[in-house]
Design a protein around this ligand. Structure first.
Ligand code: CUA
Length: 374
């Protein structure tokens, strides 16, 4: 296109001969073709794996380009529109820049005096002010229309209602109408487009500002103390989707993992029924239960059906139904749970739960009790 092979580039000069071309090469000035090839190769090496990983939603991080819920579909549509416009701008600007760099680069036989200086052009200045202004107006109007469309969506009668409370650094998840309280793992039913059962989420914060973001389901929404925000999702495909706090909220901001499990309707009803039950009362671990009730655990944690009714930490009634502890700090295995009770900061430094300073025997007894809370 705009780029030519080295010999003809050199021949643009007035007094071109073989000798000056060799000197040119010795001066380590790379030809435009070489620069172009290198840029292309590096661009592909850097960008391709990231694009491939992101595009299908199967990569290590969830992608806005693999939506499964109406607000996320709208956001992808919007993203493509904005990428199209900004991509075209990039190609024009980068193209003109590259052309100018190559076409007017310094040559060995250039004179050292300054070229003629040109100031002011009403027509060009008007063009580069009015055109970007119009582009920004279009982007603004389209974005406003999408935001309006998502936020004004009315809540249908069959909707699931959930309240999610951001805490440093975990998510409390309440289903006020179903009497279920859990943490860090949101379970919702799939929403059949023929008979939609979306989930409407009320967002609150107990401490600082967090940001609720499950890229495949909806856009980001701030979680602000003393203010209530709302998001809604209507996932059409069962599966597990990953979310993450998206606003810096302190030491363990990176460990505020949120897992969203989208169930077929019957599975969801079964999950609700299991979560509604009070805690298992396994006589084999009665020593552990008594120990738990005698410790400070009960002033922060709730285990329904027992004297434990604290609300500062996660509800433990069905602790072992969750995959992780500490909002993604570790897999929820008996060994990790024991290590967590011994000293949470070993797995998640800055966690507000104190080290319980228990003897090894008490640790074992307590862990044996907690792992029965399924
Ligand atoms: Cu919560 Cu970042």
């Amino acid at each position: 296109m705009l780029l030519r092979p080295p010999v003809s580039l050199n021949s643009v000069g007035i007094a071109s001969d073989r000798g000056s071309f060799v000197a040119h090469r010795r001066g380590r000035r790379y030809s435009s073709a070489v620069i172009c090839r290198a840029a292309l190769t590096w661009g592909i090496i850097v960008a391709l794996p990231a694009l491939v990983a992101a595009a299908d939603g199967q990569g290590p991080t969830p992608s806005i380009f693999a939506p499964v819920s109406t607000p996320a579909f709208a956001i992808r549509e919007m993203a493509f529109f904005v990428l199209g416009i900004t991509g075209a701008i990039f190609i024009v600007v980068a193209g003109v820049t590259l052309y100018t760099i190559v076409r007017y680069r310094r040559r060995p036989d250039d004179s050292t005096s300054e070229p003629p200086q040109v100031y002011g052009s009403m027509r060009i200045e008007l063009a580069w002010t009015v055109v970007p202004f119009l582009i920004v107006v279009v982007l603004f109007l389209v974005t406003a229309r999408y935001i309006w469309g998502i936020e004004r969506h009315p809540q249908p009668p069959g909707a699931i209602e959930v309240t999610i409370v951001g805490n440093q650094w975990w998510w409390e998840i309440r289903y006020p109408k179903l009497g279920v309280v859990t943490a860090n793992e949101l379970h919702i039913p799939v929403s059949d487009p023929a008979r939609p059962t979306p989930t409407f989420i009320t967002l609150e914060s107990a401490d600082v500002i967090h940001s609720f973001w499950v890229p495949q389901l909806a856009g980001k929404m701030d979680v602000i103390p003393n203010k209530t925000n709302r998001v809604w999702v209507d996932p059409t495909t069962p599966g597990t989707y990953v979310g993450q706090c998206a606003e810096y909220c302190g030491l363990q901001h990176a460990l505020m993992l949120l897992i969203v499990v989208v169930h077929p309707r019957e599975d969801f009803d079964r999950w609700v029924a299991a979560q509604q039950a009070v805690a298992r009362d396994d006589p084999a671990v009665s020593r552990g239960r008594e120990l738990f009730a005698s410790l400070a655990c009960i002033s922060c944690h709730t285990v329904r059906g027992t004297t434990a009714n604290g609300v500062f930490g996660p509800d433990l009634t069905h602790l072992m139904s969750r995959w992780t502890i500490g909002a993604g700090a570790a897999r929820n295995t008996p060994e990790n749970l024991r290590a967590w009770i011994d000293d949470p900061s070993a797995l998640k430094s800055g966690a507000l739960m104190p080290a319980m300073k228990l003897s090894r025997r008490d640790l074992d007894t307590l862990t044996a009790y907690l792992v029965t809370l399924r």
